[in-house]
Ligand binder design. Structure first.
Ligand SMILES: [Zn+2]
Length: 202
């Protein structure tokens, strides 16, 4: 089973990808994780680019992806979480693999903004919470785990978010035109979203 999960920030696609991967014994591949966990020479190259504040070139991501999907852990299949992000990446992927299903976990821009602006992280232990969605801290500004102060990320402001959403829609619409996809209502409860995806996969 080879699946692609697409969705805007705050859609919960990462959470769903993890849950679905567990249920069906698939690997959950997030490009962010791949980049963070890269080793050896490619890791040095990636660090160099990222420290310079530049985007990681597609070739690096492609190399890491090819290695990962052909590894032992992915024998039963995989879920790509947050990749491809644009038509060029989809092209690369389809040339090398066949994709069984594309899921779009859809939420409105307003809901995306609401959820992202609700994100808080603990200044002491780094735990992540969300005052507008999940997991909600018992007290708005206090970490459930250690009592530390919860803080907002600087780049989580509405203007920047709307801009990122604009880019997301432009690229995603082009991807979804090239490929059949199943649209899932991501504004439902986590369990309901999960059920809807499972139903499609049979
Ligand atoms: Zn904490």
């Amino acid at each position: 089973m080879k699946l692609i999960f697409i969705g805007p920030q705050g859609s919960g696609k990462g959470t769903q990808a993890k849950m679905i991967a567990e249920k069906f014994g698939l690997c959950h591949i997030s490009v962010g994780d791949l980049l963070r966990k890269a080793k050896g020479k490619i890791k040095e190259e990636i660090d160099k680019v990222m420290n310079a504040g530049k985007l990681v070139p597609d070739e690096f991501v492609e190399e890491l992806l090819l290695k990962k999907v052909s590894g032992n852990g992915c024998a039963k299949g995989y879920i790509l979480d947050g990749y491809p992000r644009n038509v060029k990446q989809l092209d690369f992927f389809e040339k090398n693999f066949d994709v069984d299903k594309v899921f779009e976990i859809s939420i409105s821009d307003d809901e995306s903004v609401r959820r992202i602006l609700g994100r808080r992280s603990c200044s002491k232990c780094g735990a992540i919470f969300n005052v507008n969605s999940f997991p909600k801290p018992k007290v708005d500004d206090v970490c459930d785990n250690c009592g530390g102060k919860l803080i907002k990320r600087k780049d989580d402001n509405e203007g920047a978010l709307r801009k990122r959403l604009g880019i997301y829609h432009r690229e995603t619409e082009r991807i979804l035109k090239m490929h059949d996809f199943v649209k899932i209502d991501g504004e439902q409860d986590i369990e309901k979203v999960f059920e809807d995806i499972v139903k499609v996969l049979g």
